[in-house]
Write a protein that binds this ligand. Structure first.
Ligand code: SAM
Length: 251
């Protein structure tokens, strides 16, 4: 049917795509992608031919120019499928303005849901998932980053960040400074060959990254305000150690 179809694509492993997403890519009248080469590669892997269908590029830098073209296809009663570079469109990816305009103009707007690094990381981090706040990428400059983290300090939910491997160590240090030494997880290269999840307090993770830096794509998950990172048995062990030291000194 005519309309705009947002299609979620893999965040690593090419087979992480739904059957419905493949159906839409195979049947849409017009294809649009943040990166047309990535879309073509994905279609090749799954044996989907482009044929003589148009494929347009639509990303943050050409959105204002490319959107009217896509709207025109919708006005002609065609179906348009859009996929971002990876994962779910609109999640730290283009698509918001397109979705807004198409729905405001009364076109069918629908989604073939699928992978997103947010849900994948939350599944593995070992931190509460009942409530979470997706904070996207923090600003690059240190002062702006600190203010952005300060604004999240009292949020009663698990915090989810996207981060680059270059900045993640500095980001963890800033988070510890502003939020305290909360429990956290660094989840990287999810669904890929070098998938890894490091769990610990913010200071432990910062130390671990100093000793063994990470590469690739990263999600950082941080526990909410007011959650102690110390569990009862750790506390008991600490008390026992303290008592033992006192006894020695007193003797
Ligand atoms: N639309 C995507 C989604 O739904 O997750 C996110 C796109 S955003 C431009 C790219 C960022 O998402 C990366 O820098 C990283 O923080 C995160 N990301 C994407 N794929 C990932 C993966 N396989 N493992 C860990 N993080 C990933």
């Amino acid at each position: 049917a005519a309309g705009l179809y947002f299609v979620a694509t893999p965040i690593g492993t090419a087979r992480d795509i739904t059957l419905r997403a493949l159906d839409i890519l195979a049947s849409a009248d017009v294809l649009a992608a943040e990166d047309t080469r990535t879309m073509r590669r994905l279609m090749d892997i799954h044996g989907i031919a482009l044929g003589d269908r148009p494929m347009l590029s639509y990303h943050d830098h050409n959105g204002a120019r490319a959107r009217p073209k896509l709207m025109q296809f919708l006005a002609q009663g065609r179906s348009v499928a859009y996929a971002s570079e990876a994962g779910t469109p609109l999640i730290a990816d283009p698509g918001y303005d397109l979705s807004k305009q198409a729905s405001e103009e009364g076109y069918l707007v629908t989604s073939a849901p699928g992978p997103t690094a947010i849900a994948t990381a939350l599944t593995l981090a070992g931190l509460p998932t009942d409530k979470f706040l997706f904070a996207g990428f923090l600003p690059n400059s240190k002062s702006a980053r600190i203010s952005a983290i300060e604004a999240l300090r009292e949020v009663p939910a698990t915090l989810v960040f996207y981060e680059s491997p270059k900045r993640v160590a500095a980001m963890l240090v800033d988070c510890e400074t502003v939020l305290g030494d909360r429990a956290a997880a660094v989840c990287r290269e999810l669904t890929k060959k070098f998938e890894e999840v490091r769990r610990g307090s913010l200071s432990e993770l910062a130390q671990s990254l100093k000793e063994k830096p990470v590469k690739g794509e990263i999600v950082v998950i941080i526990d909410r305000a007011g959650q102690s990172t110390v569990n009862a048995s750790d506390l008991e062990a600490d008390l026992r150690d303290a008592l033992a030291r006192m006894t020695v000194r007193d003797a």
